[in-house]
Write a protein that binds this ligand. Structure first.
Ligand code: LLP
Length: 437
């Protein structure tokens, strides 16, 4: 269950700071992380995902929320990092993250990105397909990269269909990610391409989707991946050392969501992996998971000011000073959230309203027909559990600047990302267009 919010004098308090103070000091819209909650989740994953017989690593899937400050916290708590682009990798580098503990993902890494990974001595590249394996095999022969000791895993698609929104499923049979385990020969060719180039190949990675609540889906994935590793070993003599089972653990957004506790899911993954290793007599000695959302979502909130109000024939609209630009999830995935009038927390939730953003799109609704406390223009609206895929999927549509991100802890507020200024919004634009040389 998510953290219940503290209420003081009718206003919501996060990390010891009241929302009025947050709005007056930092402005709205604002992304807020309860730093203690964030760190507790990181620590809980690391301490729960432990085995007596296997090496274990928790990789933070940083696409959920990537910035210097969050990478620094990951390092502090002993998490490794999953990055998917030159941008995330550069951020990790600039955060001083130990790049040995970085895993580089992606179905279409560019040559530039692969070269950057080799130059920076990234620990592991998760190869997605044969063309990538061939490019990597070619690159490591170049004199400048010959000293690079990169490890690789191959992303396979175990064909588990998890019950989640179709845009965030990744392991159905025609998924763009990884190689289907039915294509054994192609997998063998990739492994051979890497091995012949002298690249260390450790094993396999799979990820079945995101916001998954059924523990059984993860257990079925582990069984399928282990059975695949066994067949692959029997057919091609390759001994798997590492298995990475991906992320996707569900979180609370509304009371309809019943997430499995972090400790429970970690222990279930460990015991399933240990049991399958034993049953199939496999030799792997290292396992990984890649939680993103389940580390950052529930520790994050978004704060808006309520502006104009409007009533149509059938709806009461509340307009807020942000919208789909700072949280695209309702428009893109029909995602639901829990809302509070954060300046009227003592009142009962009696008002049914639609929360609309300020973008020129009819679909820019953060919540449709939801129930909140009585409100007035000027009140603050708090959205819960917005710490994942909010800031990281933000856009400048309608030229709205990116909102700032703060961490709150023990009554103090810290900027993690400053809000974008109007000047920054146009700083790459040219009034006199410039001829390209
Ligand atoms: N590992 C891999 C290879 C992934 O593709 C993902 C997410 C994760 C780990 C982390 O999954 P998580 O633990 O965060 O569920 N934008 C969507 C979610 C897209 C997830 C993409 N991959 C959303 O807002 O729901």
């Amino acid at each position: 269950m998510h953290n219940a919010i503290e209420i003081r004098d009718g206003q919501a308090v996060i990390g010891g700071v009241g929302v009025r103070k947050l709005a007056s000091s930092c402005g709205t819209p604002l992304y807020i992380y309860d730093q203690n909650a964030l760190e507790e989740r990181m620590a809980e994953f690391v301490s729960s995902f432990k085995s007596d017989t296997l090496q274990t690593s928790v990789l933070y899937a940083s696409k959920a929320f990537s910035c210097l400050a969050v990478y620094k916290l990951c390092q502090k708590h002993g998490l490794a990092l999953d990055v998917v682009s030159a941008g995330e990798l550069y951020t990790a580098y600039k955060a001083g993250f130990d790049l040995k503990n970085v895993y580089f993902h992606g179905n279409n890494k560019s040559r530039k990105e692969l070269e950057m990974a080799l130059k920076l001595k990234v620990g592991t590249i998760i190869v997605d397909n044969l063309m990538e394996a061939e490019l990597l095999a070619f690159l490591v022969q170049k004199p400048e990269y010959q000293s690079c000791r990169v490890n690789t895993l191959l992303r396979i698609n175990p064909g588990i269909e998890a019950h989640t929104h179709q845009y965030i499923q990744t392991a159905y049979v025609d998924s763009k990610f990884g190689i289907s385990i039915l294509k054994m020969d192609e997998i063998a060719q990739i492994v051979q391409t890497l091995s012949q180039a002298g690249i260390s190949f450790d094993g396999f990675h799979a990820h079945i989707g995101s916001q998954i609540f059924e523990q059984e889906a993860f257990l079925a994935e582990i069984t399928k991946v282990c059975e695949f590793a066994k067949t692959f070993e029997e057919q091609f003599g390759f001994v798997t050392r590492t298995l990475d089972f991906g992320g996707g653990f569900g979180v609370w957004y509304t009371d309809a969501d019943k997430p499995v506790a972090i400790e429970q899911i970690c222990k279930a993954v460990i015991s399933q992996a240990e049991a399958e290793k034993e049953r199939l007599n496999l030799a792997f000695d290292s396992i990984c998971i890649e939680p993103g959302r389940s580390i950052v979502a529930e520790a994050g909130y978004q704060l808006y000011e309520i502006g104009f109000l409007k009533e149509t024939q059938n709806r009461k609209y509340i307009f807020i000073d942000g919208g789909m630009t700072d949280n695209i999830r309702p428009a893109l995935y029909q995602a639901d959230y829990e809302f509070d009038v954060a300046t009227n927390m003592d009142a009962a939730k009696t008002e049914t309203v639609t929360i609309a953003g300020k973008c020129c799109e009819s679909g820019d609704l953060l919540g449709s027909e939801i129930t909140i406390q009585p409100y007035q223009s000027g009140d603050l609206l708090l959205v819960h559990s917005t710490g994942a895929y909010g800031y990281s999927m933000a856009s400048n549509y309608n030229k709205l600047p990116f909102a700032g991100v703060v961490f709150v802890k023990d009554g103090k507020i810290y900027w993690a990302i400053k809000p974008q200024s109007l000047n920054e919004l146009i700083e790459r634009e040219l009034l006199e267009v410039e001829e390209v040389q």
